[in-house]
Ligand binder design. Structure first.
Ligand code: SAH
Length: 353
């Protein structure tokens, strides 16, 4: 049975499916989900992420966290965590760069959160020279200072969508029509948790919510607030989400998310304001474009050092990668960085209070 047939059968039995349930099933169904059945990254995959473009991304993220650890007094036992580490490339680059920081690797207890067994296996290989452990979710993060990175993790968390109807909201949900999956609307209902969105929306506007993201952020913020540390959240999105940002990507093209469930990556833009609100009582930084963040961390110096050892097509690829990560018309503006940090402390380097 394909995942599409499985979803249709379920809808026929139980009625229309909420979008977050549809998204979670497509991405993480134990045997037919997108992430559970494949390795989606790279030129030959469905999409490419910053750490897969160039080693500088992971190196600078690692050094940014290490500098924050030093500024915070270099606690001798802390958790170094990554959410959704993909192929393990970012963490491998970060750890290699952080060898230059005395004491950091010895004090780090490396913890990964990864739902896909296939990707866990890749992470195990990429990080085979380190002592690495997996936990099932952020609720299991140790009670210790926490230094955490999440790149393109939050965009994969399941969202709900609501269409404004007067002072009420109709939820977008997946149903079946003529034997095919079909996006429909539930009845108009009051939604108290969307009361603040009555101020900035009009009839027919779509707003998105991501309950899973709020839970994850509050797990992180509780550790950071209690034990110290910092988190870097890197993703595409904006301060407040408005409109339908739900999309499916297959071999670098956008496709209809309902046509081939489980075989396309599903994402939504991250609503950073919602993350920041869930981060209280920890502090959050100004939302900063990825290009600005990387420039402040010194990516141009690092790029020039690496370039000195390259020539020909390798040098061309390196220059292209630097541009891709930072230029406003490429990933530089679309991707943003939000830092979480402890009250009374400064945000991680590259970010402002
Ligand atoms: N950070 C990596 C991969 C981004 S893709 C990079 O930048 O290359 C999203 C990652 O999050 C994948 O590793 C995926 O398997 C993982 N993931 C998605 N939803 C998850 C969930 N609910 N819990 C844990 N991991 C999840």
């Amino acid at each position: 049975m394909t995942l599409r047939d499985h979803i249709i059968t379920r809808i026929m039995a139980e009625g229309p499916m909420r979008l977050d349930h549809f998204m979670a099933t497509c991405l993480l169904h134990p045997t037919k989900g997108y992430y559970t059945t494949r390795q989606p990254f790279g030129q030959t995959g469905d999409f490419i992420t910053a750490p897969e473009i160039n080693q500088m991304f992971g190196e600078l993220i690692g050094l940014c966290l290490a500098q924050t650890w030093l500024t915070n007094g270099a606690p001798d036992r802390f958790t170094l965590a990554e959410l959704g580490p993909g192929r393990g490339t970012l963490m491998a680059d970060a750890l290699r760069a952080c060898r230059a920081v005395p004491g950091f690797l010895d004090a780090a207890h490396i913890v990964l959160v990864e739902a896909s067994p296939i990707l866990q296996e890749q992470q195990r290989k990429a990080l085979s020279s380190y002592d690495v452990g997996w936990i099932n979710g952020t609720a299991q993060l140790p009670d210790a200072p926490l230094y955490l990175i999440a790149n393109e993790f939050f965009d994969a968390l399941p969202i709900r969508q609501f269409v404004r109807a007067g002072a009420q909201w109709r939820e977008r949900q997946v149903g079946v029509k003529g034997g095919a999956l079909h996006m429909g609307l539930g009845p108009a209902l009051p939604q108290p948790f969307l009361a603040h969105r009555l101020e900035d929306t009009r009839d027919g506007d779509v707003v998105e919510t991501c309950a899973a993201a709020t839970t994850v952020i509050s797990d992180i913020a509780t550790r950071v607030d209690t034990y110290g540390g910092a988190a870097l959240i890197v993703d595409y999105g904006d301060w407040r989400s408005l409109g339908d940002t739900f999309q499916a990507l297959k071999t670098h093209e956008t496709v209809d998310p309902l046509v081939d469930p489980g075989n396309a990556d599903l994402t939504a833009h991250v609503d950073f304001e919602a993350l920041a609100q869930a981060a209280v009582p920890a502090r959050f930084s100004k939302l900063t474009p990825q290009g600005v963040f990387l420039e402040r961390l010194g990516i141009t110096d690092r790029a020039q050092k690496l370039a000195a050892a390259l020539d020909g097509t390798a040098l061309d690829a390196h220059v292209t990668a630097h541009r891709r990560l930072t230029h406003p018309s490429e990933m530089g503006n679309l991707f943003k960085v939000l830092g979480l940090y402890q009250n009374g402390k400064m945000p991680p380097p590259g970010l402002e209070p």
